[in-house]
Design a protein around this ligand. Structure first.
Ligand code: COI
Length: 414
């Protein structure tokens, strides 16, 4: 346990130094030994199994986030005692008072990560420590209780082990794990809640694009904003997502799949839909530049974003060889404006553009509707481009355990 905490702490320290997450003064990363309140404790776990397990869904019927496993993990918190007894119990409705603050003031944070099961039955998680760290940052930002990420992760592993038969073993399939925390104080007043609930549900999922990677068209959105300086764009909170639904519907009416969130007078590219954004430019000497906007407080520090940057940097440094990526590669975390994109398209220097997130992993972009015109973004026949495809292939191989990786955390082995 101590060594897990040490590893997590070291990892977080490194992650912060690599600016995976913006530094948050006073965020409680780890168990607070000074506090008289209980932290999350793996040893207190109670397991109450369902007596009516569900039939596993046929793989071809899986629709992202529509099927749920037999059990869920719940951990209550209150301000007088701290974190209570963790319980794995049958999946089912929560009973909440209508005055619960989550219903009024959106006191809700969440995470998304995946468990994979290989053909030999080995179950792994992908970089789950980063989700624990990010969830603590989100909790801190919303004045919800923080927690010992290592202990919470141990409990998530218990749930995944219990539900492992739900994880499809086929290529591109996984178990999407959704940790959520909500404020449950029964008061029509806005303050840090005196009670909260942390819970985890699991959903077996197939490939996000079952018929292959279909490039998406984006509406360059300036009439709505997803995030703004000093706001909450860098946190995974429910309130960042609901306001994006109406703009997405508006974009869909005009024939675009998602919003390309543009920011500021220069129309800086920030994110695409609910994903981080990458652009590849060809420089004059033929070098490819992989660019993503920096973590300036408006960008979600995505785990897929960080993994893509890290693999690309290793390739550029010569410590990893991504097959078929032969051009010289440089990696930049910097601002990109629509003017730069339009100019690069015109001069033939825009190589590709894609979204990146846990759900879809990589999502190629083929068109941007911007100021009344459509800008065509190059795509290869098979969807992904010359930089995204090799990175995606390596990333997926690490996620599924096909390629040995420190990022892959074993949860169960037969
Ligand atoms: C992701 O792309 O991983 C997301 O966060 C999308 C999720 C809101 C379904």
């Amino acid at each position: 346990m101590a060594s897990t905490l040490y590893r997590l702490h070291t990892h977080l320290w490194r992650a912060r130094n690599q600016s995976l997450f913006p530094a948050v003064i006073g965020a409680r990363w780890m168990s607070n030994s000074q506090s008289p309140l209980s932290d999350i404790q793996h040893g207190r776990l109670e397991i109450n199994k369902t007596s009516t397990p569900k039939k596993l869904p046929a793989l071809e019927t899986l629709k992202f986030g529509h099927n749920f496993t037999d059990h869920m993990l719940v951990i209550p918190w209150n301000s007088s005692q701290g974190w209570g007894t963790p319980e794995i119990k049958p999946y089912g409705p929560l009973s909440l008072d209508p005055s619960s603050t989550v219903f009024h003031y959106a006191q809700c944070i969440f995470e998304g990560l995946k468990a994979y099961r290989n053909k030999k039955g080995k179950v792994t998680l992908f970089r789950p420590d980063l989700n624990m760290a990010r969830m603590n940052l989100s909790a801190h930002r919303l004045a919800l209780p923080t927690f010992n990420g290592a202990a919470f992760l141990d409990l998530i592993k218990e749930l995944v082990r219990l539900e492992r038969h739900w994880i499809p073993q086929e290529n591109g399939h996984s178990l999407y794990i959704r940790p959520v925390m909500i404020g449950t104080q029964n008061t029509i007043g806005i303050s840090p809640p005196d009670s909260a609930l942390l819970f985890v549900i699991c959903s077996p999922v197939g490939p996000y694009y079952p018929d292959g990677f279909k490039p998406v068209a984006l509406h360059g959105t300036t009439e709505y904003v997803r995030a703004y300086p000093g706001g909450t764009g860098a946190y995974k909170i429910g309130a960042n997502y609901a306001p994006g639904v109406f703009p997405q519907k508006q974009a869909a009416k005009s024939g675009y799949v998602q919003n390309l969130w543009l920011s500021g007078p220069e129309h800086n590219l920030t994110e695409v839909g609910t994903m981080n954004l990458f652009v590849v430019f060809r420089q004059e000497d033929g070098t490819l530049e992989l660019v993503t906007p920096p973590l300036d407080g408006m960008i979600l520090p995505g785990v897929t974003r960080d993994s893509i940057l890290s693999l690309a940097r290793s390739h550029a440094a010569g410590t990893l060889r991504l097959p078929n990526l032969t051009s010289k590669l440089v990696i930049s975390e910097r601002g990109v404006t629509m003017k730069e994109v339009c100019d690069a398209v015109q001069s033939g220097r825009l190589v590709e553009m894609f979204g990146a997130g846990t759900a879809a992993i990589v999502s190629p972009i083929n068109r941007i509707g911007y100021q009344g015109k459509d800008i065509e973004i190059p795509v290869e026949d098979n969807g992904m481009g010359p930089v995204s495809r090799p990175i995606w292939a390596d990333l997926v191989a690490r996620q599924t355990g096909e390629v040995e990786s420190d990022w892959s955390v074993v949860v169960y082995e037969e």
